[in-house]
Every structure is written in C-alpha cells, then in structure tokens.
Design a protein around this ligand. Structure first.
Ligand SMILES: Cc1cc2nc3c(=O)[nH]c(=O)nc-3n(C[C@H](O)[C@H](O)[C@H](O)COP(=O)(O)OP(=O)(O)OC[C@H]3O[C@@H](n4cnc5c(N)ncnc54)[C@H](O)[C@@H]3O)c2cc1C
Length: 417
C-alpha cells in the first residue's frame, strides 16, 4: 500500500542512490531518482569501448557484501552473474588458497600451507588472524602499526597485508585505518565472507539497470540525464530543481559522491561537508586475441605498476592500480605499454594488444585514514539524508558501504512518522 504522505527524491544514481530508491519503492513509498549521467551506476557503471563492454573501473566483490549480493539476487536478470571462488591469492611467488573447511579454519589452514613466505612468518600471521576475530582497538591506529604490533614480517606484509589493505581500503598501510581494516578482516573470516566474486557482466547490468526497471514497474520515476541544480527547503519538505523542472518532495536523499556534495547542498548550510582526502584508482584495459587467457582469473604483483590483473574473458585483461603512486605522473601511452610488459611476464609469447584503454579515476574513494570522520546518513535537517560510500559505517568506500548507506536512509524514512 502506498504511503501517501511521503514522496522522496533521491539525487544520484550510483549504488547508494539506487539501493535507497529500490528499498523505498519496495515499501510502497513514492520515489523519484535523478541522475545527471545518461547511465546509472555512478563510479560503478558499464561503458562501451571499441565494441567491448567494460566498466568505469574493474571491481571485485567479496562474499561478505551481504546486502549488495541480496539486492543483485533480487534485481539482476542475468543468472549467475559472478565468477565466485574461494579466496585464492597469487602475488608474485606467494600463493594462498582457502581450504575447504569451515571458517576460520579455511583461511588458517590456507595460511599454513601458503607458499612464498617462511614458516615463522606463516605462524605469526595465523596467530594474528586468529586474534583479529575478537580484536577491539581502544583507539584507531594505522594498519602498519597494527601489523608491526603483531610482529608481521616483511614477506607476509608485502604479499598479503599490503595488497589486501590497498584492495579493500584503497589507502596505503602507512595511513590506513586499522579499525576499518579489522572490520573487513573480521567479516571476511566469517561464513563465506572471503569468497571472491568477479562480475561476468558490466556493473550497470549487475544491479542498477534491473533495479531501475523494478522501481519503474512499482510506479517510481528514474530520470537519467537530469542533473539536479538546487535542493532547497520548502514548506513541509524540499524543492528539487533541474534545468527543466522544479518539484516538491517530503524527503530528500543526497546520494552524490562527497566531492559533489558542496555544489548540490550550497543552499543547505545545515549540511556539514566532509573534509576528506581522496585516493585514485587506475584501470588499464588491454584487448588481446580472443583465445588469450591469464593463468588464473586474478593475479597479483607486489612490484611494478599493475597490482592486479583480471581475466575478463574473450582476451580482455584489466589491470588495476589502486591508491596514489608514481604511475600517476606517466602519460597514458607509457602506462599502457608498461602494463602490457608486466602482463607478458605471466603470459609468455603474448602478442601486442589490439587496443588499450586507460581510465583514471582521480577521486575514486575517500582516503580511509586513521580516525577519518564520516557523516551520519541522518542530517540535522528533518527529512534530509545523505547516502554514499563515504557516510558513517564500518566498511571502507566500497559497493557494500554505498548500498548499506542507501538502505539505512530508506529504512529511516520508512520508520519516520
Ligand atoms: C575505479 C574504481 C574501482 C573500484 N573498485 C571497487 C571494488 O573492486 N570493490 C568495491 O566494492 N568498490 C570499488 N570501488 C568503489 C565503489 O565503486 C564505490 O564505493 C561506489 O560505487 C560508490 O557509490 P555511491 O553511490 O556512493 O557514489 P557514486 O557511484 O559516485 O554515485 C553518485 C552519483 O551521483 C550522480 N550525481 C552527482 N551529482 C549529481 C547531481 N547534481 N544531480 C544528479 N546526479 C548527480 C553521479 O553522476 C553518480 O552517478 C571502486 C571505485 C572506482 C572508482
């Protein structure tokens, strides 16, 4: 049944905004979503390139992304949209594979039988992982300090902890928040939380497109190519204006990236803007002949430029370089050529790529540093909410953080009088 009193505007069609709009429309609350781009998905969106379907950046999901996976299950038209595999890490000569045992023994045994680090390092890593499950920090510290205080050696740090920290928090261990790192580690150690899920379809088709279709079927509005210019207080709610319309809503959810919030909320002085640093992520797509395969779906490097290579199938390989680094100073052509050379080191005899595409997201995520302050979803203005991967929550800037924030906004609106 429709809640006639509430009409909600969601501004921003990334994973956070779509999750909020989907949950509201499922509860029968009228919702209109405004997205400035013609494609839904925000930082996690598909795009066409030289006849291939790629993403704005290569993404990986974890088994512990419970809410995101549940929404994908409800909305994605494609059956089995992931390659799902138990944790398997290959970084240089280091090899770690989860054992077919109940957690946490899958990982503890995986560590014990890992290859590429000394037995002493393995035993200290096992002790740390076992402790991490119940570890509560009184005060936040850097991941580097956390690892040092648990006597993690340079081998396991370089091959396991550094790549995991960069992959999950997109922030170097020297400055990354140990509290957030531990939250991810704990969830990864429960259930099938450490499973790796690599999408088989582009990120718009994975969730936003199917969810938007259901929202429309439920009577909601999805307005793409509709940048919102103003959100202002009006009697009993908010006025939301695009270039062509101005509409009134009882509630508004601002679901834009943090760097776009200042502009959108300039008439809402009550909104305290977050004071973040940002970290980049760079994805280099290389198309090789169709039969080209990586030895495994995901291969890591601890040296060089590329941190991970992903096999997208049909000869398309995505190289990911997360966080800041010297690669940002290189011209795209040099970066692409260097990544091709690194790919050759794992695929001997690899011919030159048919094409390459470099995508640099300079502000891919906020820097998840020690004691980073994240705003709550509920603002001091009644009826106004913030959704996005940067808002308060235990996860770093990820799809799951975005989805959780959107669901939290929808839930608070649903429960509000
Ligand atoms: C290259 C890259 C790789 C990543 N890899 C991973 C990964 O492997 N795993 C993972 O979990 N996460 C990953 N992330 C992080 C993940 O993509 C983000 O956390 C998530 O997509 C953020 O969603 P969001 O909805 O909070 O924000 P956004 O996706 O930024 O959505 C905000 C939306 O608001 C729209 N907008 C802005 N201003 C307006 C306006 N005035 N009017 C209307 N619309 C507006 C924007 O167009 C955008 O669509 C990666 C991010 C990047 C960039």
């Amino acid at each position: 049944m429709e809640d006639m009193e509430k009409r909600v505007a969601v501004i921003g069609g990334g994973y956070a905004g779509i999750a909020a709009a989907f949950a509201l429309s499922e509860s029968g609350i009228p919702v209109t979503l405004f997205e400035s781009s013609k494609t839904l998905g925000g930082r996690a969106r598909g795009l066409d390139c030289n006849g291939a379907r790629i993403d704005n950046g290569q993404h990986i999901l974890l088994g512990c992304y419970r809410e995101t996976l549940a929404l994908i299950e409800k909305t994605c038209k494609i059956p089995e949209p992931f390659f799902r595999m138990p944790l398997e890490l290959a970084v240089d000569a280091f090899r770690l594979g989860a054992f077919p045992l109940p957690p946490p023994f899958d990982l503890l045994f995986g560590l014990l039988f890992s290859k590429g680090v000394s037995l002493a390092e393995k035993l200290r890593a096992i002790r740390f992982v076992a402790k991490a499950r119940s570890l509560e920090l009184q005060a936040d510290i850097s991941v580097e300090t956390l690892l040092e205080s648990h006597a993690q050696g340079s081998g396991i740090t370089n091959f396991l902890w550094k790549p995991l920290c960069i992959a999950a928090l997109n922030t170097p261990i020297e400055t990354a928040s140990a509290r957030v790192f531990l939250a991810v580690l704990k969830d990864g150690l429960s259930g099938r939380g450490s499973d790796l899920l690599i999408p088989k379809v582009d990120l718009s088709s994975l969730f936003p497109t199917g969810a938007a279709e259901i929202i429309r079927e439920n009577g909601g509005g999805i307005l793409t190519s509709s940048p919102v210019r103003f959100v202002r207080k009006s009697s009993g709610g908010f006025e939301v204006s695009t270039d062509s319309t101005s509409r009134h809503f009882s509630h508004a959810i601002l679901a834009v990236a943090p760097q776009h919030l200042a502009r959108l909320a300039r008439d809402l002085p009550e909104i305290k803007l977050p004071d973040f640093g940002y970290q980049p992520i760079c994805t280099i797509y290389s198309q090789y002949p169709e039969t080209t395969r990586l030895p495994r779906k995901m291969t890591g490097f601890s040296q060089g430029l590329a941190q991970w290579l992903f096999d997208r199938g049909s000869g398309l390989i995505a190289a990911v370089i997360s966080a800041e680094g010297k690669h940002l100073a290189l011209p795209h052509s040099e970066l692409a050529a260097e990544v091709h050379e690194e790919t050759r080191s794992v695929i001997p005899g690899l011919p030159p790529p048919l094409w390459q595409k470099v995508i640099v997201e300079k502000r891919a995520t906020f820097s998840c540093t020690v004691d980073v302050e994240r705003p709550e979803q509920k603002t001091t203005l009644p009826g106004l909410y913030l959704a996005g991967d940067y808002t308060a929550g235990k996860y770093p800037a990820t799809l799951e953080a975005a989805v959780l924030s959107g669901l939290a906004c929808a839930n608070q609106i649903r429960l509000s009088p």
